[in-house]
Design a protein around this ligand. Structure first.
Ligand code: FDA
Length: 313
């Protein structure tokens, strides 16, 4: 039955990865409405104000927040410019009463596919606005074909804004331990994730005990380097391991737990109740269907959840 379970999981994964929701929502307004119901679990809304409203609610409950304006792989200079303008407005408005909030984005949303220098220029422009208002910028990590370019933009920008720009590293990639050694300045701000993209096994590790061990080792390594780390996972067993290790090492002052909005909220609550710093990652934007696809692809049972959400009142 274990092999049947694996076969079912693999089959669901391939269905999830082939979903092209945009095609349906463009064609059919009813489908648009229904899928939006499924996305509501994970996305605060289409507008910045909705994300900021949810951020305020979470902050008054004791959480810190990350904010993402959804988008990736932007193909034209105008769309990149539009994304940068939205991110500027987000930084400005979030910075009014929210020191310590984080704004997260993909570099491919602000120009990486067009020109690495354009993405760097945009990142520096945003950092210049974010630093004086106390907002931290965090770069997400995308598919492995972009890792070199993302790290190169990060290392050049972080020299100018060491306290304001952070980077996400994917434990699943075999290259990541070396990247951590070679690319992170002392005191860097780092988010460690398992990795959301399906990559060939020659360069990446599937979900496994070995991946969890590598995850723990990466967190330990970056903490030894004086980095501030966000342990970004919903894996309860892994979080329990991290809690113990960090407390024993006295390193818990430099670590926080970061979870995606709508995923395992009871786990974030439990961490908060234990006095741990918890950050919730909120998203908003018109491209909510992209985000829904990612959440389904990384955890195929979410397909069933989506159906339940669509059918519920
Ligand atoms: P894992 O996938 O092993 O799941 C462990 C358990 O968590 C599951 O059994 C289930 O209970 C629960 N769970 C996990 N995912 C779920 C889901 N979608 N819905 C419901 N339950 C779920 N990735 C990336 O490649 N680049 C990036 O920049 C980022 N950024 C990022 C920021 C933050 C704050 C988080 C939390 C995650 C990311 N990710 C990411 C995604 C990350 O790589 C990974 O795909 C997800 O976190 C799922 O993996 P877990 O570590 O949660 O464990």
């Amino acid at each position: 039955s274990e092999s049947m379970e694996k076969q079912l999981a693999d089959a669901l994964k391939s269905v999830a990865r082939r979903l092209d929701i945009k095609e349906y929502i463009d064609r059919d307004p009813v489908m648009n409405q229904l899928l939006k119901k499924a996305a509501d679990r994970y996305v605060t809304g289409e507008q910045r104000q909705q994300a900021l409203h949810t951020a305020r609610e979470l902050e008054s409950a004791g959480y810190a927040v990350s904010l993402e304006y959804i988008g990736e792989n932007t193909q034209s200079a105008e769309e990149c410019e539009q994304a940068v303008q939205e991110l500027s407005a987000l930084i400005r408005e979030a910075g009014v009463d929210r020191k310590g909030a984080r704004v997260s984005f993909d570099l491919s949303h602000i120009g990486l596919l067009l020109d690495t220098e354009l993405a760097l220029r945009h990142l520096l422009e945003l950092a210049q606005q974010a630093e004086p208002v106390g907002i931290e910028l965090f770069i997400s990590m995308e598919e492995s074909a972009k890792t070199d370019r993302i790290l190169s933009v990060y290392t050049r920008a972080v020299r100018q804004y060491p306290d304001n720009i952070g980077i996400t590293l994917q434990a699943q990639l075999h290259r990541t331990p070396e990247d951590a050694v070679a690319q992170l300045p002392a005191g860097a701000r780092v988010r460690i994730v398992k990795g959301a993209y399906q990559e060939p096994e020659s360069i990446s590790m599937p979900r496994s005990e070995a991946l969890d061990t590598r995850y723990v080792e990466l967190v330990e390594y970056v903490l030894q380097q004086g980095c501030r780390v966000s342990v970004a996972t919903h894996d309860e067993a892994l979080i329990d391991r991290m809690l113990e290790i960090l407390q024993t090492a006295g390193a818990d002052r430099y670590a926080e737990y970061e979870l995606l909005y709508g995923i395992r909220p009871e786990l974030s609550r439990r961490l908060l109740d234990r006095g741990q710093p918890v950050r919730i990652y909120l998203t908003y934007g018109h491209e909510w269907y992209l985000y829904l696809c990612h959440r389904i692809a990384e955890y195929p049972p979410n397909l069933f959840q989506a159906v339940i959400d669509i059918l519920s009142e």
